[in-house]
Design a binder for this molecule. Structure first.
Ligand code: 5AD
Ligand code: SF4
Length: 444
């Protein structure tokens, strides 16, 4: 066996990208590479990229310039750009970033060994073909950066919703679902290895389907939930247009399906939702929220919001604020609109809200969300939750940190508990970001 070469991989963007990096790592390990966390010792640097907003791309471009210092020192170092930026910029990246040797889009990772040979042979290499079938179903991801408690399983790829602002349908291609047998097997294996939480991933998990035996998302979720009651399940992301009552009843039925739903709203204004091509109205969204509150009363709801989309007025913005109050989100990912080249919005609408206004509105959204998070957390003081322990608290080695079913971070004194175990914790105090409490009884 030859000496193994060292791969350093850096990942930006969504959970899907982190999951893809685990697939890439698996493919590279099969081809005589090993992973290193020390960039200066690496033979290959991969950066798995995100195109969703311009600042995400600028960050990666900055990083590529930093990699240059390593390449100057070690001319044989191979630098590869993977993921959405590879797909969006294609060979232009080779022209713009002279130091990049390899460009690989999200559906071409199986081709990596061949592409690496080309690069080692002295040429640059690119594969950005999108597929209608690739799900990497048979590749066992190598879990990186985990503490052996939580893992992602990707259940579908791509998106065909074409929200007008979004670059994802162009960078990740058509929607396709993964064979359910391989998903269930992967979940089983993770549980056997000691993992206690799985997040099923897809751009729009509610449209998961597999024709043979009529699989759809609620059925898949139920099947994975029955592997073991001590295996927690989460999923992301749901599109509000197709979150069904049946799915909500499935979540309610199993204690180990976590009671938190991420339901990106983007805007509270009907006019803006239409321009965004979101395919639902404010009323429809609130109806779904009411269904969640009725069927799963203890469920928290989180969201994504974009401020300053094309033509957004103060009144549209106020609709977003009022909707946030009505729903009472537990947390939100909040962004200002960033026009992405070649999207429907870039082609048909004017990015006409001044940056200053976008920032002011975003700030108002953030301040309101902090208030709502604090209110939601205060409501939990005095309650007891089962917490899955993820590790030591960042602030104190005498404390542990984990999450409850509602996806809230809970911090408490260690006692005799360890990472990967469950603890029943009674909440005494809170901030807008964290619940603080103490173990009340051992349950393991
Ligand atoms: N500008 C700002 N935010 C965006 N998102 C997607 N595209 C854009 C864009 N062009 C946000 C949406 C989405 C989240 C993943 O990123 O809120 O839900
Ligand atoms: Fe983008 Fe909309 Fe698809 Fe989400 S659902 S990835 S926002 S196009």
């Amino acid at each position: 066996m030859k000496n193994k070469k060292k791969l350093y991989i850096e990942t930006y963007g969504c959970q899907m990208n982190f999951s893809d990096s685990e697939i890439v790592t698996s493919i590279m390990l099969e081809n005589n590479y090993e992973v290193t966390n020390d960039i200066s010792g690496a033979d290959v640097i991969f950066v798995n990229t995100c195109s969703i907003r311009d600042n995400a791309e600028q960050r990666v471009k900055g990083r590529l310039r930093e990699f240059y210092t390593h390449k100057k020192r070690k001319p044989n170092l191979i630098i590869g750009v993977l993921g959405c930026m590879a797909e969006r910029l294609k060979s232009r990246l080779l022209e713009e970033e002279k130091l990049v040797d390899l460009i690989v889009g999200p559906d071409s990772y199986r081709d990596l060994p061949k592409l690496m040979q080309t690069v080692i042979g002295g040429s640059r290499a690119i594969n950005i073909l999108l597929s209608t079938e690739e799900t990497y179903a048979d590749i066992k991801p190598v879990r990186i950066g985990t503490k052996g408690v939580s893992a992602f399983i990707s259940i579908m790829r791509g998106c065909e919703n074409f929200c007008s602002y979004c670059v994802v349908p162009y960078t990740r291609g058509k929607e396709r679902s993964r064979n359910p047998e391989t998903i269930i097997e992967e979940a089983h294996n993770l549980f056997e290895k000691g993992y206690r939480e799985i997040t099923l991933l897809g751009q729009n998990v509610n449209s998961y389907h597999w024709n043979e035996n009529g699989w759809y998302f609620a059925k898949l979720l139920e099947k994975v939930a029955t592997i073991n009651p001590k295996l927690r399940l989460r999923f992301a992301t749901s599109h509000p247009k197709d979150i069904s009552d049946e799915l909500l009843y499935t979540i309610a039925k199993y204690d180990n399906i976590c009671k938190s739903i991420h339901l990106p709203v983007q805007s509270g204004s009907d006019r803006i939702l239409k321009l965004m091509n979101r395919k639902y109205t404010r009323d429809w969204y609130l109806n779904r929220v009411n269904a969640i509150k009725k069927i799963i009363p203890e469920c928290t709801i989180s969201t994504d919001i974009i401020s300053g989309f094309c033509s957004e007025t103060e009144s549209d913005h106020n609709d977003t604020l009022s909707l946030m109050e009505i729903v009472g989100y537990q947390y939100a990912f909040m962004f200002k609109y960033s026009e992405r080249p070649n999207t429907i919005a870039a082609k048909k609408l004017k990015d006409d809200v001044p940056d200053k206004v976008k920032i002011t509105r975003l700030q108002e959204i953030i301040v309101l969300q902090q208030k709502l998070s604090l209110k939601s957390n205060k409501n939990d003081v005095g309650k007891t939750f089962e917490v899955l322990i993820e590790g030591e608290s960042k602030r104190s080695e005498n404390h542990l940190s984990g999450r409850n079913s509602q996806n809230k971070i809970v911090v408490f004194p260690k006692e005799n508990k360890k990472t990967g175990e469950y603890a029943n914790v009674q909440i005494h105090k809170c901030t807008s970001a964290t619940l603080l409490g103490e173990i009340v009884q051992n349950n393991e």
